[in-house]
Structures are given as C-alpha cells and as structure tokens.
Design a protein around this ligand. Sequence first.
Ligand SMILES: Cc1cc2nc3c(=O)[nH]c(=O)nc-3n(C[C@H](O)[C@H](O)[C@H](O)COP(=O)(O)OP(=O)(O)OC[C@H]3O[C@@H](n4cnc5c(N)ncnc54)[C@H](O)[C@@H]3O)c2cc1C
Ligand code: SF4
Ligand code: SF4
Length: 1014
Amino acid sequence: MATHDIPPDDPADDPDANYDYGSDSVERPDLVADLRALVDGDVRFDSYTRQLYATDASIYEVLPVGVVFPTSTADVAAVVEYCVEGGIPVLPRGGGTSLAGQTVNEAVVLDFKHDMDGFVGFDPAKETARAQAGITLAELNDELAAHGLKYAPDPAWGDKSVLGGAIGNNSTGAHSLVYEKADGYLESVEVVLADGTVTTFGWVDTDDLAGLADSDGDLEARIYAEVRRLLDEEADEIRERFPDLKRNVSGFNYDRLLEDAEERGEVNVARLLAGSEGTLGIVTEAEVSLEPVPEETAVAMLTYDDVIDAMRDVAPILEHDPSAVEVMDDVFLDLARDTDEFRDVVDLLPEGTDSTLLVEFYADTPEAARQQVADLVADRLPTATPAGDPAEDAPDVTDDPVHAVDVLEAYDDDRQAHFWKMRKAGLPILLSRTSDEKHWPYIEDTAIPAEHLADYVEDFREILDDLDTFASYYAHAGPGVLHIRPLLNLKEAEGVAKMEEIADRVTDLVVEYGGSVSGEHGDGRARTQWNRKFYGDELWDSFRQTKATFDPDWILNPGQVCGDEAGESDMTQNLRFDPNYEFDAGFDPALNWDNENGFRGMTELCHGCAGCTGYQETTGGVMCPTYRAADEEVLSTRGRANMLRSAMNGNLPDDPLDDEFLHEVMDLCVGCKGCKLDCPSGVDMAKLKTEVKHAHHQEDGVSLLDRVFGHTEDLLKLGSAFAPVSNWVTSLPGADTLAEKTVGIAAERDLPEFQRETLRKWFDKRGGSTISEPAADRKVLLLPDPYTNYSKVDVGKAAVRVLEAAGVHVEIPDDVGDSGRPAYSRGLVNRTRETARENVAVLAPRVRDGWDLVYVEPSDAVMLQSDYLDLLSGDDVESVAANAYGVCEYLDGFRLDEGAGFDASGESLAYHGHCHQKAEQRDHHAVGILRRAGYDVEPLDSTCCGMAGSFGYEAEHYSMSQAIGDILVGQLGASDAETVVAPGSSCRTQLGERDDVDVDGEPPHPVEKLAEAL
Ligand SMILES: Cc1cc2nc3c(=O)[nH]c(=O)nc-3n(C[C@H](O)[C@H](O)[C@H](O)COP(=O)(O)OP(=O)(O)OC[C@H]3O[C@@H](n4cnc5c(N)ncnc54)[C@H](O)[C@@H]3O)c2cc1C
Ligand code: SF4
Ligand code: SF4
C-alpha cells in the first residue's frame, strides 16, 4: 500500500473523499455563521442533515431548524444563550429512539451522541459514575463492568440510546421489578438552563430550600422557589392524582420530588428533570449511582393458550420474586415466526401456543437459579419436570389455578440471550408489515397494576373490536407495562380518527384501573394531549407553571408534557404518514418487489427504531458497517431509508436521482445486505440502492467508473490473455496514479494478478473430471466466476479437488461464468437481467438433467439463489435458484465430506464469512464443514470487510473501506486463531493488503483449507 496506511478517524477527512455527509443546500446561512463563531462543534443546517433529524422512532416527523454537534458544556450553553435571544427553540437529542415524538421539533437540535459521549470517572468511595450525556448506556456499563457494577435502568435499546436520553425519558426496562427508573439513580446533573446558565443540581436538604429560593432572583433561585411551591401547595393533589405505580413517566416527576422530601428530608432537582423530555433543562453530565451485576440468571418461558390466561398468571408469578416477567402474544409470535432470526425460537414452542411469559430470575449461584425456576414451575405448572429440583421446603406460594401449558428453560447465556433478543425486538418485528396498515405506537406503554391486567386487556380488546381493528400485546407484564399497538392505516382520515378515539377511550380505561398513560416511553406528541384528563386541571396548570418557571421563553423542546406556550397539543398533527401523504418514486421500478408490497412498501418500511445504530453483538453481525465506521446518521440504514422516503414523498426538495443525493446518501451504502437480515423489520437497502442507481443510469447514462467495474469479466479476461505482460504493466511506477486519475481506482490498491492459465484452461488440460459421471452420486457444474477463473485460479482448483474427493463429478462450463454480480452491484440492472436470462436459459435445462450449480465465490452463488428472483420470474429461474450453492454450503448441506476423508491437524481458524451469504443465512455451512474436517474454527461475528466488491477499490471510498476494515481487523486481533479464512475474494484482498493483519499474501478460501486437509 502506498500512502494511506493509517486512514483518518473520519473517512470524510481523506482528501480523496468527495463527500461530507450533507447537501449543498443550507438553510439560514446567517444562523450557521453565528453559531459556527460560537461553538467548537460542527454546525449543519443543510437540507440532508435537517431531514435526517426530522424523525425518531415515533409516528411523527418535524423538520428541525438545523443540527449542532456540541463538544462541550460551553458549546451547549452558547447555543442556548444565542437561541433564547433569537426566540429559536432548542431540542437536546441522544440516540433518537423515542417512540412518542419528543425527539423531533422545529428547533435547533443538539446531538449529544456524536461528540459528548465521554465517560468521566468512577468514584469507588461512593460507588457512583459520572459521564457525559451522550454516552450510550452500553458503553457506560462496559466502563463499569470491571467494578462488578452497572447502571441499572435497562431500556431495550440500551446500546443505541444514551444517558441524556434515558434521563430525558426517565427510562427503565425489563428489570424494573428489581430496579428503579433513571430518576432513582440520579445523584447530580450538570445542566444548561434555558437562559444559558450552567449549574449543578444535586441533593438539597428541604430545610435549606428557603435559602436557595427566590421568586424574583436569577433563574436557578426561581427554580428552587418553584420546588418550594410544589411541595407547599401541590402535595395533596400530587398524592391524589399520581398513580400508585412504580412505572409512570408521564407528566413532570412531581411524585418523586414529594417522595424524596418526605422520605429523605431532601430534594434533588436532577430528579425533577428526569422524564421532562428536554423541556426543563439540558443535561450535559450526570453522576449516577450503581447496582451490583447479578451473578447468575435463569429464564423460564411459560406458554399459554390465550393471552388472558397469561395475564391472569402474572400476579401469582410475581410472588416468586422474578427479576422480569415479559409477555409475547400470538400476533407477536406469528410475526416473529416469519423472521429468519427468530423462527427457531418460535418453533420450539408447543403447537397451539398463543402467548408466552418470559420469567427471569437473578441468583447468586447456578444451583440457586435452577431452584428458583423449579420452585416457579412446581407452583405454576406442577405437571412439568424442570431441570432443577424445587427447594424441599418450597411452599405452595400461590393457590391460583394453573394457566400455563408448557415451559422452556434457559440456563446458558446464549439461549437466554436469544430469548431476550426476540422479546426486545418486539417493535421492529411488529413493524415488519410492508402494508399501509401498521402497528403504530401511540398508546403502546400504558401501565396497569398486575392484578387488573387481564380485565384491562379484555376491555382494551372491546375498544378495538368496536373500531374494527386488533393489536398485539407484549412487553413488561410484571410491572404492568404492556406494549399495545393497534393495527391502523394512518394514511387514511379514518385511521387517524380511530387512533385518536382509541387513545381517548384507553385514557379513560387507564384512569379507571389506576394505571398510567405512559409507563415507559414518555408523553411527547402522542400523549401530552391526554395529560390534562389524566392528571386533572390543577396539576395540568401546575405543569405549565413549572415549565414557565424553568423556561420562561418556552424554547426548550416546546409542546411536550404540558403543551406549547398556548396550551395546545394535538396528537394527530405532524404525523409521518397522514391522509395528505404522497409518494412518487419518480421512476418505474425495474426489479421484482412482489414480496415487499411493492417498491414503495420497502421504501416506507423503516420506522426509525435505530436498531441499525447499535452494537455488533446486540444488533447482529453485519448491519450497518458504514455507520459503525463513521458514526454518522446518514450512514445508517435508518438514515438512508429516511432520506430515500423523504426524497420520494416530497419532504426533501431533491430528486432521488440527483447526483448529489446519490453521491452523499446512496453511494456510501456498500450493498452488503446486512440490513436485510439484521434489521428486525427486514429493510433491504442494498436492493433499494440498486433500483435507484439503475434509474439514475437510465436518466443520466452510466459513469466511466460504473462501466469499468460493471465489465469486470471483460477486463479480467483481457488481463489474463496478456499475462504476464498485463501484470508487469499494472505494476509499473505511476500505473496506480494513472488508474486513480483516469478511472477513479484508488492508487493504494493493488490490481488483481492475472493468470495466463485460466481455471477453465487448466480443467480442460487435465482432461476434465477425474470422477466419471456414471460413477458419481452427484454432478456439479462448477461455475467459474471471473475472479476465480482469471485471477484466483488456485481456489477453483482446490474446489475441484475437494468436490472430486467427495465423489462428485465436476464440469466447468464454457458458456456460463459471470453471474452478473459486478454489473448488478453498480446498478446496471438491464445488463444484469440480460446476463441472468442467458445464464438461466443455459442452466435450467442442465438442472433438469440433475446438475447442481456451484460457485466458489459467495456473492455469485447468492446472485443465483436470490438476486435472480428479483430480476426474472418463472419456473426456470426458480429451479436455478433452488439448485445453486456456494461450495462450502454444497459440501456441508449434502454432508459430502463423509466420503472425502478429511484429516486436518486441528489448526485453529478464524472464519470471516461473506455478508451476502450471511444475509441468506447460508454462511454457517463453511464453519460446519471445516470443523468436521478437523479444524478448530472460531466464527467471527464480523461485519463487511469494507471492500464490498468494487466499493473499496474506488479512490473516494478507500478510507471508508479501510475504516470499515478496521472493525474486522480489531476482531482478528482479539482472536487466538492461527489462520484467518474467508470465502469472499474481495474480503481476502482487503485482508491481504492490510499491514496490520498477520497473513502471508492473501488469506485462504475455506475450500483451500479443505483441500489441504485431504
Ligand atoms: C425498540 C425500542 C425499544 C424500547 N424499549 C424501551 C424500554 O425498554 N424502556 C424505555 O424506557 N424506553 C424504551 N424505548 C424508548 C427509548 O429507547 C428510551 O426511552 C431511551 O432511553 C431514549 O434514549 P435516546 O438516547 O434515544 O433518547 P432520545 O430519543 O434522543 O431523547 C429522549 C428524550 O430525552 C431528551 N434528551 C435527550 N438528551 C437530553 C439531554 N442531554 N438533556 C435533557 N434532555 C435530553 C430528548 O429531548 C427527548 O425528549 C424503546 C425504544 C425502541 C425503539
Ligand atoms: S433500518 Fe431497520 S433497524 Fe434501522 S431504524 Fe429502520 S427499521 Fe429500525
Ligand atoms: S446494505 Fe449494508 S451498508 Fe447498505 S444500509 Fe444495509 S447494512 Fe448498511
């Protein structure tokens, strides 16, 4: 490699990278100039950035004024001070995972996650931690793990959401049976007040309040005066109107204030800020108390014939002191069964299962954990035989009738994690419907005392029956927080009206059962409207007085919790989809979208949950490599999906086929298909990108770079024909610079080495297969993809050797090679369709004659297995797709190794799979067969290698490619394996070119290791 061995931290800083994550169209340049002069952080008011921050995980969409990425408390204070003078609202934002619309506003957004995400320190004496507002909860806990402690609030999306957001929403999670909400762990906060003052709120003795309070003093003194007013004047009303529930996050946090004053004799304004949704002050740093990490956990999944039975079982189960009780109903389980990721869990459930309760226990030892499950089962399902023994003196804790039908137990970490992952992916799973009717969140987190849950669900169902719809019921049954999402079409006026009526009637129901309208996700735009009815006029007015005291100019995220300055709040305004919604792709889609409810169904599928911005281990291995590499919203699947939809529904003035849009938004998607598998709703951005690129080619012609890479086979063929001269020419000094200047191929890249003797020639020369057709059980057409045929010939030879050792008759056809993958990845759909048609015409009759189709290159195999079905239809293409395999998949799937006689030495291998095969869930085969051949294999849960076909060859993508590659290299560094193997030729090239990977030349393809083991 020549110059860029160490890529810059931000790939866009590379001088060759002609992208900057935004558009050239900037709103309010005056404001931008002023703010840039005031802050160290980035200021972006361009149309792309604004649109990217116009949505969160809710049903709402509001275009912000612009986005500032503060780097310090001083930056935050400067922005607030400037904005309050200009009367411009300000909105603090973390991960943007909120579900009620509190993270979108016509405001200057302060993105804390980007740069204010530091861990400040751990205080061993107090056992507290201090961190900046933008640190993710997962990172915070990573910092604390060494101390055996954790930040206990555990919202399901803890690796995507941040401390400031958790405080803003007063978050908690599945373990609120044993832990408090975020407010319960707040010791102090550094906060920027609405006039730009920076102060700290911590514990104050109630006797000292009088000295701090002054209703004519500065803002901080007026805030303390308001605290005094609340304690003196509103105490009775607070006791009367706040529900007696652990889980209530709607309204301002008055009940915590009162409770602290009464029980501790002190108050903490930090705790009043919890759940205020950025409306009272902006937290920049917080000191939080911690909890010990439990030693052991165990899970019992109880199954039921009916969700009402499950609900009736919650109260008796709580008698067993579980750490969590989570419900999943039939609608949830049916949708989970349709996902590749969770089908296996649902299939474990007994036939006829309608609902489940996931019951978890914390314990000090594995034996104690098993015993707790056994005690539960002995009580709630006495006919079952649990793995452990109940305590000899275990009392019959409850005498309620038995409702459960069966139980699955989980003691090992992987099985427990898999059960939990399915439960936590509830929302995205439910929103995987591509139709206009979706399970929208707007009354999705009511909290009801456990003893009333069954009656509440029955009444809720009656309301939905009246309105001719239904919902799914899942989540935290233990503390009574049910996620209920009625199915509605908000693109129709009737759907919007039904939404409001359901919310209205459910609020009445909640009041009747002593519950809360929001037990978890906050008020935002969805529930603020109901707070007056829920809390009554006096507290509503008090909320507004509190707001006016903290924020006299109503600039901090106005509209949430207690309405806007005029007292208005309307849940039906600013909907992302409403009856006025229009969509026009601007072109006729060229691919087959029948399974996705049309191109539009897929374009509108992403609901903004931010799953694609999380950790590798929680999100899934692959999605989304570009976000992980550069931490930019526009580089996440969510960012791209939001941008594409907005360009097609008119919210973004740009045409999706504009050069700038393609360049900044679509081109940096590496097309790895990671989202197709890892996004729980199945957003397939790679396919969307292909469609858009194709439409662009139709309109504007094909660029030189796309033409070059789209004709990879021709180029490789030419290089091979003139080898070794062609290799000498490409290695001449200056050849790399010329390639960069003329075509745009990165000078740092080595071009493939061409082989004069192609795989086909070698095969013909040796006289074809050594296994005759009649002698073989199976016969394979080994399809020579261009890289293998002209450059990586040894891989093809190894495949022939291994297949023949397994008794397979092999042919390498002359009339099929290129699957069309290189052209397809450049959006050359017409050309690829032609290639596909020609290949299918040749291959379908051969398949009918009993031939299996095998590629050594995974992306070519997947091209036939999956992408051809997007290009062609009919029996022929379906039979080609059904009989195409990657070589390891073929060997493993048919257990062909049994006759091959592998005998590997036990050498340890780190296996980096190919993203496309992962997306099709065919990647595990290589690990299976390598292990049976005798290798000790460590499969890496790795993302894309960064090369992604031709992406990493492009000069302007080189540093992004390296930044993505860093993630894989980091994983390799953590592995003890002796050798890395990878089936993808571009992955091998990428790894082979890295100085920081210990490999001689390029790493081997798994089939080469199999050949070695013969
Ligand atoms: C699939 C899914 C599952 C979820 N599960 C849970 C769950 O189990 N429990 C739960 O509680 N929630 C849950 N949520 C909601 C949400 O993820 C949490 O509330 C989360 O803690 C919000 O964090 P965030 O960083 O995304 O905050 P954001 O959405 O960015 O912000 C949340 C609120 O806090 C305010 N805020 C942000 N930063 C600051 C700051 N520095 N100072 C003051 N205010 C600030 C914002 O203005 C906003 O009003 C879930 C959401 C999804 C999509
Ligand atoms: S792409 Fe998928 S994971 Fe990402 S926000 Fe959209 S729905 Fe969620
Ligand atoms: S295809 Fe890959 S890079 Fe593109 S959005 Fe999906 S996960 Fe991200």
